[in-house]
Design a protein around this ligand. Structure first.
Ligand code: UDP
Ligand code: MG
Length: 336
């Protein structure tokens, strides 16, 4: 029997943790988080979101929820990805402030009091900025660095460089996030876009405590493309710009060809140059079409208005404002 949900009261702090195949980290994470928040002397709630793990993560989290009434869990119906798992946690948590933290202990729970203090000092977003990232391979570091710099260069809003999703946000920001319906989530960007008073705390990133990264290069690439397309029109502009440049060059070459053919009569029946220009133009056109396709794909995803995620099981009370599975049911009509 699951314990009766007791999570309608507003705790001072909710801690949202997305978990994907984290059986090795659940227990140490819980212990360290608990030690930290107990010492802070505030009321709190944990929201563990199981993102379709294939290992023992779910039963372990459920076990914790039986031991400790502070533990809420949400079991998504399949793997929806990190950003959506966090969103599910944010939608269902009730804290006055919310910490988002990874399950693998790369984000030190011991930083939470510092984040919380800054929040109390009047900020709405305090993100943790990593000074170093040991234990991650050079390729990941390089791609991450390149991505953050590119994003900063081509977007108008200031998305902080070298931060993950480890941060604390106020209830105001959580409610604002709920108003942003986009399907291709890039929380860091969305939170930057929201504004209010934002600041950061610096820390050294630890190595993954156990298990393996759930972020494959495929998932990272998706996140990068989501981040860029959600916050920048630059790729679209680049497509049309390169279209103009290439057309301009093609026009000059055409003049030269006509000149050689009719004035100097100095020409070779060269199919090679013909092939090259056709291939080149074809390539540019394909790039442009591909970029447009990326945006149109996102448009259609948003037009479809599918729920972002489905909850298979939870011990938390569904929120009235939740955008998950519950939204499909019509609102209750009762006596006024
Ligand atoms: N995660 C998730 N769904 C996924 C992949 C990852 O919920 O599809 C969680 C994972 O359990 C961890 C966090 O997101 O808590 C960050 O993932 P990971 O540590 O694998 O990413 P990295 O630190 O390597 O970028
Ligand atoms: Mg990690």
């Amino acid at each position: 029997m699951a314990p009766a949900p007791t999570r309608q009261i507003t705790p001072d702090l909710s801690i949202v943790v997305p978990l994907y195949n984290e059986e090795a980290n659940v227990e140490p994470l819980y212990q360290r988080l608990k030690a930290v928040v107990d010492a802070m002397g505030i009321s709190y709630q944990f929201v563990f979101v199981n993102d379709g793990s294939r290992d023992r993560t779910l039963p372990m989290v459920q076990g914790l929820s039986h031991r400790d009434p502070h533990v809420g869990y949400i079991d998504l119906s399949r793997n929806f990805g990190h950003q959506i798992a966090v969103t599910a946690g944010l939608d269902n948590c009730t804290g006055a402030a919310v910490v988002i933290i990874d399950a693998d202990l790369q984000d030190p729970p011991e930083l939470i009091p510092q984040l919380y203090d800054k929040l109390l000092a009047g900020y709405d977003v305090v993100y943790a900025k990593r000074l170093s990232r040991p234990g991650e391979n050079a390729a990941k570091l390089m791609t991450a660095k390149l991505f953050y710099r590119t994003l900063a260069a081509i977007t108008h809003i200031e998305i902080p460089v070298d931060t993950g999703d480890f941060r604390i946000i106020s209830r105001k920001v959580v409610e604002a996030l709920k108003l942003m319906p986009e399907q291709n989530k890039f929380l860091r960007g969305q939170i930057a876009w929201i504004g209010f008073r934002q600041t950061y705390v610096e820390y050294d990133r630890a190595q993954r405590a156990g298990g393996e990264t759930g972020y494959t290069y495929g998932k990272m690439l998706r996140l990068a493309i989501d981040g860029i397309t959600a916050f920048s029109d630059f790729p679209l502009k680049l497509a049309s710009l390169s279209g103009f440049v290439v057309s301009g060059i093609a026009f000059l070459v055409m003049l030269y060809t006509l000149y050689s053919r009719f004035v100097t009569h100095d020409y070779q029946p060269g199919w090679a140059s013909l092939m090259i220009s056709i291939l080149f133009l074809g390539g540019v056109q394909l790039i442009a079409i591909g970029i447009i396709g990326e945006y149109i794909g996102r448009l259609s995803a948003n037009v479809r208005q599918r729920p972002l995620y489905l909850i298979a099981d939870t011990n938390m009370q569904p929120e009235a404002t939740q955008r998950g599975s519950q939204e499909a049911t019509p609102p209750e009509i009762g006596p006024r």
